[in-house]
Each structure stands twice: as structure tokens, then as C-alpha cells.
Design a protein around this ligand. Structure first.
Ligand SMILES: [Zn+2]
Length: 354
């Protein structure tokens, strides 16, 4: 549900978008519960206590509410001109990888500065206090599943934001970042919750609805097909899948409705392969008690890789993203199996439908 108030026109246009620099966290900002302590830090304090910035994407702090989350940015000077309800883009230099690459790692929507407040006693930060100096809306704040390369957004090759600081940018910058994140996620198959959140953020930024795309319609159609109780046996499904060729009609009818053949094939392949990851055997159990797994294209969809059983393997979300974004090399492939190396580890996965 969309619960967004469009900003007043009186808002200060020049100070609506801010890029905030936060220190790289080698957990990639994901392991937020284990607050990050930097053993290599220049000053002794952060070699002993967690940095506040590791709390920016941990939304279950005692003072976070259903609506509001609290974060922290260390800046040399408070950005006093920041408009209420601004958009904050988080920038971080990736010190774990060669070249100290700058990444855009996430976003906060409807940001307000709060006086650095001591919230609760906390075993950690200076004087055992948990501090916060920004607040934002939970439903508009998101840690990007895939970080964006900051270089793309630099002006005249300069880094986006100084060491301990921030940079104001036009609101169109925030719009571009959100669109880019949607597009990069789509290449590997965006999840519906991720997409909905980014759409809400897009609406907050622009006041416009993000246009639905074919990929998402496909995901929704697959969800619907999956929920239709299949009356076919595995043998029948296998026979149907074996008959699918690029020449098969693109639309098929089942349960009295027309669906795209490709979407039906993806669902059928998942059923035949047992709805579990072909690498690690896991799946995500959804709240309606279904097995969530993803279909990875061996030849990518963007290169016109078909939705046929010899081009689709079933993976958990982690392995799917690793397959698409890790260093993946196909060693061999025949009608029975595919063998590939992914980030230095070799896997053989069955393609045949028996
Ligand atoms: Zn897996």
C-alpha cells in the first residue's frame, strides 16, 4: 500500500537530495546485527566499538518504529540547509576491493535531521550511548541488493562526496539512482518486494508512478500460475516441457486463462526440479507456505536465452545472484548436465528432466 505524501511545492529544491559519505563495512552493510568494528581503523575508538553507521540499515533498533527509522552520518559540519523530507543517498568507498571503488549502497526517503540524541544506554558507542542524527521513513528506506558504481555519477571525474561530508545534488539525481537500481536488479530477476519498495521511493521522489514493465508482469503471472493447483502428473509436465521449442505458440491456455508460454515453462521447470536450489538444496518458505526459488537462465534472457529446460536451472536467490554477478564460467554442457565454475568453485547441475 502506498502511504506517501507528495512534498509541498515550497520545499527548497536545491537541498532536497543529499549524498552522505559513510565508511565501508566489509560485511557490505548487510550483517547489521553484528555491529561493525573496524580493526584497521586509524583511531583507537573504532577498533573497539561498533561504528554508528553500521546501524543505518538495521531497522530493529529499540527506538525505530513501524514508520520511522533512525540513522547516523558522521559529517564535519551539519547540513543545516537540508530540506525536511529530503532524499538521502548513501555513498561508501569499498576498501575491501582493489582501487577503493566508490559505491552507492542505499537510500533513505523523507529524511529529517534530528539533534544528535542519546537514545538508550548501549554497550558500544562513545560513552555507552547509541546516537542518531537523522531520521527517515521505514517504507522509503532501502539497502540496495546490488550496489551501484559511483563513478558513473561523478562530475568531471571527481568523487561524489568528500571524506567526512556530504554533497547536495538535484532531485533528478535521486530519480536516476532509483531507476538504475531497478534496472540492474531486473537483469537477474528483481523480487517483487524489492520492486514495490523502489517504486514507492520513485513515487516519493518524482510524484509519478513508475511504469510497470514486462519483466514484472512476468513475475506476477508466474506467481499466479504457481498458485494454480496443478492437476498434471510430473510425467505429463515433463512431456509438455519436452515439446516446447522456440516454434511453440507464445501463448498457452490453462485453467481457462491465457498465459505466456515462457512463464508456464518456468513454473513447470521449477516443479519438475523439486522447487529447491540445484546447488545447495534450499528454498525460501513463503508466508503462504510455498517454496520460493528462482529460475536462472544459462544463456541470459537479455541475450535471448529461451525458457526451455536445457537453458534454465533452479537456484536459491543467493546462488542465482552469484550465478549472474559472480565470476561464472561454463566448463561443459550437454543434454544431461551442465558444469560451471562460480567464484572459483566447480558445480555440476542436472539439466535432463528425469
Ligand atoms: Zn542455493
Amino acid at each position: 500500500m502506498l502511504m506517501v505524501v507528495i512534498q509541498s511545492q515550497h520545499m527548497d529544491e536545491d537541498h532536497k537530495t543529499i549524498i552522505a559519505n559513510i565508511t565501508w563495512n566489509p560485511d557490505g552493510w548487510r550483517n547489521t546485527r553484528k555491529f561493525y568494528i573496524n580493526p584497521h581503523a586509524g583511531h583507537r575508538y573504532v577498533r573497539k566499538y561498533p561504528g554508528h553507521e553500521s546501524l543505518n540499515y538495521y531497522f530493529d533498533k529499540p527506538f525505530d518504529t513501524n514508520e520511522d527509522i533512525y540513522g547516523y552520518v558522521q559529517w564535519a559540519k551539519t547540513p543545516k540547509n537540508l530540506a525536511d523530507g529530503a532524499v538521502m543517498i548513501f555513498y561508501s568507498t569499498d576498501i575491501e576491493h582493489a582501487g577503493h571503488k566508490g559505491k552507492i549502497i542505499g537510500i533513505y526517503g523523507n529524511v529529517k535531521l534530528v539533534d544528535p540524541v542519546k537514545r538508550i544506554p548501549y554497550e558500544g558507542f562513545e560513552k555507552d550511548e547509541l546516537l542518531s542524527n537523522i531520521t527517515a521513513k521505514r517504507n522509503l528506506s532501502f539497502l540496495f541488493p546490488i550496489y551501484l558504481d559511483a563513478k558513473k555519477y561523478s562530475q568531471n571525474g571527481k568523487r561524489l562526496v568528500p571524506q567526512v561530508g556530504y554533497t547536495y545534488r538535484n532531485i533528478s539525481f535521486a530519480e536516476q539512482v532509483v531507476v538504475d537500481e531497478i534496472n540492474v536488479l531486473k537483469q537477474g530477476g528483481i523480487r517483487i518486494e524489492e520492486y514495490n519498495k523502489l517504486k514507492d521511493i520513485y513515487f516519493f521522489i518524482t510524484g509519478k508512478k513508475y511504469a510497470d514493465t514486462q519483466d514484472i508482469q512476468d513475475e506476477q503471472e508466474q506467481k499466479e500460475l504457481d498458485s494454480i493447483e496443478s492437476t498434471r502428473s510430473i510425467k505429463e509436465i515433463i512431456n509438455e516441457l519436452k515439446q516446447v521449442t522456440p516454434q511453440t505458440p507464445e501463448l498457452v491456455e490453462t485453467h481457462g486463462k491465457i498465459y505466456k508460454r515462457d512463464n508456464k515453462s518456468v513454473v513447470d521447470i521449477k516443479i519438475v526440479r523439486g522447487k529447491k536450489c540445484q546447488i545447495c538444496g534450499t528454498f525460501i518458505l513463503t508466508k503462504d507456505n510455498k517454496h520460493y526459488v528462482e529460475a536462472a537462465h544459462i544463456k541470459p534472457k537479455r541475450d535471448k536465452g529461451p525458457e526451455t529446460f536445457d537453458n534454465i536451472i533452479v537456484l536459491c536467490p543467493n546462488h542465482h545472484k552469484e550465478f549472474d554477478y559472480g565470476a561464472t564460467v561454463i566448463i561443459s554442457q550437454d543434454e544431461e548436465n551442465i558444469t560451471f565454475e562460480m567464484n572459483g568453485i566447480s558445480y555440476t547441475v542436472r539439466l535432463a528432466l528425469d
